[in-house]
Design a protein around this ligand. Structure first.
Ligand code: MGD
Ligand code: MGD
Ligand code: SF4
Ligand code: MO
Length: 672
């Protein structure tokens, strides 16, 4: 029984076919209601990844300059000795907060994620990492309105008659959730996509609205205003189940449709028509993606968008309402049971993962970061302001330990690289950030070569650092037993063990908020008269900066990579061999750029070079550079990430990758 470990909302279930101790194929489970018998184009040949020729099979110790990729093989004993000595040295010189853990959801497994690693970092007294790089701005915004309460279960989506994918490209980024939207369409639903870029999903939509990046709050406010002005708001539901409804007209007084339209550059008539459809084509569903939150005003934008289904009365209807990250069901798996707060030494500082560049290079940071331990993440590729990140990783006085499957951009800068097991080789349990199932992952094969689970690497590292607490020796089996034994009745552990997956049941039913009961303090939907409905982006709204850097850069996901994972996959990289950026024909013409030309895309933080595709898939004013290729795929090793900023949103402390002004210039004409 297996679970796909990747940072994807679909969390698929599979079985591994094994012959003579060797995995030969992954078989998607047909009995899992979301997986529905297929895996995506990224993971379908996962077995090839397990036995890939470039997989890390043995510990490595650096022999050349940082970043050069020169290493020699070492035994576990030697490599762990060097790793531990480097960490201990950093602690001796600067105290335990000089150690920084850096991890994200390379695997979403509880055991290979933080279960043991966090215990070890707490025992050390290391700095804490604020892990808000993905969806926190949006979660904070939606949470202001709904609290942590169930959203529309994806299995109810086929009942919807109108589906709005807002900043979401599920055809690429959530193919199994996309299947449920297709089911709604087969039942007659209309599909609307709100995205500056013509993504794969937008290409097949009935309607595609293309706001300027970071202006979704204005578009959403225009919809709210129309619902009120045209008498389309569900007053009965709102009076009963919201707080702040009376104040709404005054609050929206400034947001007349023309003004909203001008802010987001979507025609007023299109905003008005969409508002009417959302109110009248019930059940209507708004499904938020992660993509619309990469700018300074995003938390407010997400809360304004969350208000739309409430005002439209969509929650009354089966399949209607709002879906984003199903936080209530996600949180049902209580992983805090595995924490050991008693191990914590002192109250260490917190550093935000999206300001890693600053954390590694700020001369005033006291204590400095002197040891960095990275697992389940590739910050040299995915963290903003890459120039600063790489400058930090190059520091000779920084001791870097990386647990990895491959010699990634980050691993190349390590002093010690430790080879980690893959999903077919270790035990784990998974929550999902897209659906309501918890899924078990049992090892199907022995670890390849010297590879060890992250959890075991951390157990050994703790021992080498002299930490003796028995909690630092708990096996994966013991931790899993403890986790599952402590689960509330909302998770049927017997089914999970027997079948491999179990649905979280919080008693939400098919219409979770038809009668209110939101997870807010008031138990009602909070319209929050104290908050604005539109909070503009930073760089995108900066008119003065716009004189010099007239374009906005956005960096959406690619179809066959998962962030930077799979970019080294044989089939995946052959299908997406080189990075390209998309530019609208008008913007190309004013710059003398034609299709296929080599261009340099630059701002004050850095620049990168790539080929341009001239296409109205990009909207005017916006350059689209999908990310995920490793840095070596770019000339000079600088990717679009060299341009993104370390600015965080105020609420949610989240990154602002797409709040990024740039200019494009021709480097050389096409010779393709
Ligand atoms: N194939 C594939 N699947 C993935 C991933 C991957 O890299 N590749 N990554 C996984 C991860 S970690 C995540 S978080 C999810 C992300 O899943 P999505 O949210 O679908 O991912 P994105 O491509 O970042 O953004 C979706 C769309 O938002 C648009 N967008 C950008 N800026 C704005 C804006 O200001 N407003 C609006 N309305 N739209 C905007 C982009 O053009 C893009 O088409 O996917 C997961 N699944
Ligand atoms: N410009 C820009 N930057 C972005 C985004 C964007 O939209 N634009 N999106 C952001 C988002 S949404 C996210 S979620 C982050 C993602 O950032 P990351 O989580 O760093 O994503 P990946 O690039 O997938 O790197 C995950 C790494 O974990 C490794 N890994 C997987 N499983 C294991 C394991 O079991 N053990 C160990 N030791 N390693 C493992 C993989 O080999 C891979 O190298 O990127 C963010 N960066
Ligand atoms: S769709 Fe997502 S969860 Fe399913 S196999 Fe692909 S990456 Fe894994
Ligand atoms: Mo993400």
């Amino acid at each position: 029984m297996g679970a796909c470990p990747h940072d994807c909302p679909d969390t698929c279930a599979f079985r591994t076919r094994v012959e003579n101790g060797r995995a030969v194929a992954l078989e998607a489970r047909a009995d899992h209601p979301i997986t529905a018998g297929f895996l995506c184009g990224k993971v379908s040949d996962y077995v090839e990844r397990v036995y890939a020729p470039d997989r890390l099979l043995h510990p490595l110790v650096r022999t050349g300059p940082k970043g050069s990729g020169s290493f020699r093989e070492a035994s576990w004993d030697e490599a762990l000795g060097i790793a531990a000595a480097g960490i201990a040295g950093a602690i001796d010189r600067h105290g335990p907060e000089a150690v920084l853990p850096y991890s994200y959801l390379g695997t979403m497994g509880v055991l290979q994620g933080g279960a043991m690693a966090d215990r070890v970092m707490d025992a050390i007294g290391a700095s804490r990492l604020v892990r808000t790089i993905c969806a926190s701005a949006g979660a904070t915004g939606v949470g202001l309105a709904t609290g942590p309460s169930p959203e529309v279960d994806p299995e109810e989506w086929p009942h919807a008659r109108l589906v709005v994918c807002w900043g979401w490209n599920p055809m690429s980024t959530a193919p199994h959730l996309w299947r449920l939207i297709l089911q709604a369409r087969r039942n007659g639903a209309r599909l609307v996509v709100i995205d500056p870029f013509r993504s794969r999903t937008a290409r097949v939509a009935d309607l595609h609205l293309r706001p300027l990046p970071g202006t979704d709050g204005a578009l959403a406010a225009g919809i709210l205003r129309t619902l009120l002005d045209e008498g389309l708001a569900d007053e009965v539901w709102c009076r009963e189940h919201t707080v702040g409804f009376e104040a709404l007209p005054a609050q929206l007084a400034d947001h007349d449709l023309e003004r909203c339209s001008a802010e987001c550059d979507v025609p007023a008539a299109a905003i008005r028509d969409l508002a009417r459809d959302i109110a009248l084509m019930q059940p209507s569903l708004v499904r938020l993606g992660v993509g619309a939150q990469r700018h300074a005003g995003a938390p407010i934008a997400y809360r304004t968008i969350a208000c739309i289904p409430a005002l439209a009365g969509s929650w009354r209807h089966r399949g209607g309402g709002l879906s984003y990250i199903p936080r209530a069901t996600t949180n049902a798996l209580d992983t805090s049971l595995l924490a050991r707060p008693g191990l914590l030494r002192g109250s260490p500082r917190s550093l935000n993962m999206s300001r890693l560049g600053e954390a590694l290079t700020d001369p005033d940071l006291d204590p400095p970061v002197a040891a960095l331990v990275v697992w389940n993440a590739n910050p040299a590729a995915i963290a903003p302001d890459q120039t600063a990140v790489l400058r930090g990783l190059r520091r000779e006085d920084l001791h870097t330990v990386v647990l990895e499957h491959f010699l990634t951009d980050t691993a190349r800068y390590a002093d010690v690289v430790l080879p980690a097991t893959m999903q077919l080789e270790h035990l784990d349990v998974h929550w999902s950030w897209g659906h309501h199932y918890v899924t078990l992952n049992e090892p199907a094969i022995e670890p390849v070569a010297d590879c060890l689970p992250n959890s075991e690497i951390f157990r050994r590292l703790a021992a080498r650092l002299g930490h003796e607490d028995p909690a630092l020796r708990d096996s994966d089996e013991v931790m899993l037993d403890e986790l599952l034994a402590g689960q509330p009745s909302s998770i049927d552990v017997e089914t999970l063990r027997r079948v491999g997956f179990a649905k979280v049941d919080l008693g939400q039913g098919a219409r979770p908020h038809a009668d209110g009961s939101f997870g807010t303090p008031s138990g009602k939907f909070e319209l929050r008269p104290d908050l604005p409905f539109y909070d503009p982006p930073a760089e995108v709204a900066d008119v003065a900066l716009g004189q010099r850097l007239p374009l906005t850069l956005i960096t959406p996901k690619t179809h066959l990579f998962l962030n930077s994972t799979f970019a080294n996959g044989r089939r995946q990289s052959a299908a997406q061999p080189t990075p390209r950026a998309f530019l609208h024909p008008d913007d190309a013409a004013t710059r003398g750029v034609t299709d296929g030309d080599r261009v340099r895309i630059a701002n004050d933080r850095g620049s990168f070079v790539c080929r341009i595709t001239v296409s109205d898939d990009a909207r005017p004013g916006v350059v689209v550079a999908p990310g995920g290729w490793w840095n070596a795929a770019y000339e000079d090793g600088a990717s679009p990430q060299a341009l993104t900023s370390q600015l965080l949103t105020e609420l949610g402390e989240a990154p602002t990758f797409n709040d990024c002004r740039v200019e494009v210039r021709l480097e050389s004409a096409s010779s393709e």
